[in-house]
Design a protein around this ligand. Structure first.
Ligand SMILES: [Zn+2]
Length: 279
């Protein structure tokens, strides 16, 4: 994909603006899933490096800005677990040991057809906790909590990893934490523009104003064109404006961005019913 974009870029004679998003950083934040989030960040870092390498390989003036429109989840390291005064540390190796995302293991759990409760508990211990999440110091109570009536196994599994990594979360939504802005250019002119417009502490709308300044585009006009446009994937394929708005009103943002996620939640609910029927 990146190669294709770069090719397009070289063919353009004026300006080409490209947006690259790794949406699962946000999803993992919503889910409070630290091990999925760190891998998504690393994948983004690789993509960012590919873009920098491209800039360094071309004569075309290239300006790169990397940022986020918000933080999600309120993740922080050095979580205090329990009453006693904490040590100043966190444990990233815990994230390394967890090799499947919380969503993946929850789907795996929810689709497992256990023959008995004993069988289910064993499956959770060996297949989920030990093999996928790299957790070996769990208790019998941890296992019971995952399948307790009304429990949310997805949250519980993610919390087992977060607590061990000493990572805390403040919300399942977006937070007001300041996000970083990273800039790069292959020219001195580009670098000084980045410092001038985006150096220091900035409002997020200033990033749009920056692109407006360097491309000569009209930010308000573009915003006007976008207003009222339905741009969720589900609706773009199957619905027009009004019908989409009506349908989307019944879901949260991320169910509509990722229709599979709604199926996932239904699958977890069915799993709860399955557990209740086990002897
Ligand atoms: Zn979000």
């Amino acid at each position: 994909m990146l190669h294709y974009l770069f090719y397009l870029y070289l063919l353009t004679t004026t300006f080409l603006t490209t947006l690259i998003e790794t949406i699962k950083i946000d999803h993992a934040g919503h889910q409070n899933d630290p091990h999925a989030q760190v891998r998504e960040v690393l994948a983004y870092d690789k993509a960012f490096k590919a873009v920098i390498d491209f800039a360094d390989s071309t004569e075309v003036e290239t300006i790169i800005v990397s940022t986020s429109d918000h933080e999600t989840g309120g993740a922080s390291v050095a979580l205090q677990v329990g009453e006693s005064y904490p040590e100043y540390l966190w444990k990233p190796d815990v994230l390394l040991n967890a090799t499947k995302s919380g969503e993946y293991v929850t789907r795996k759990l929810a689709s497992y057809k256990a023959s008995s409760k004993k069988d289910l508990y064993q499956f959770i211990k060996t297949e989920i906790l030990e093999k996928d999440l790299g957790i070996h110091d769990y208790t019998e109570q941890d296992v019971l909590n995952i399948v307790a009536p009304g429990a949310n196994p997805h949250n519980i599994l993610n919390k087992l990893v977060s607590d061990r990594a000493l990572i805390g979360w403040s919300t399942h939504g977006h937070s007001a934490v300041d996000v970083n802005i990273y800039g790069y250019s292959n020219t001195e002119n580009g670098k000084s523009l980045l410092y001038k417009y985006l150096g220091g502490n900035r409002e997020n709308t200033e990033i749009g104003r920056f692109w407006e300044a360097i491309t000569g585009s009209d930010y308000n006009k573009i915003t006007g064109l976008l207003e009222g446009t339905v741009h969720h994937t589900v609706s773009a394929q199957s619905l027009d404006g009004d019908a989409a708005t009506e349908l989307l009103g019944g879901f949260n943002e991320h169910d509509t961005l990722d229709p599979e996620y709604a199926t996932f939640k239904a699958q977890v609910a069915e799993f709860g019913e399955h557990v209740e029927q086990l002897s």
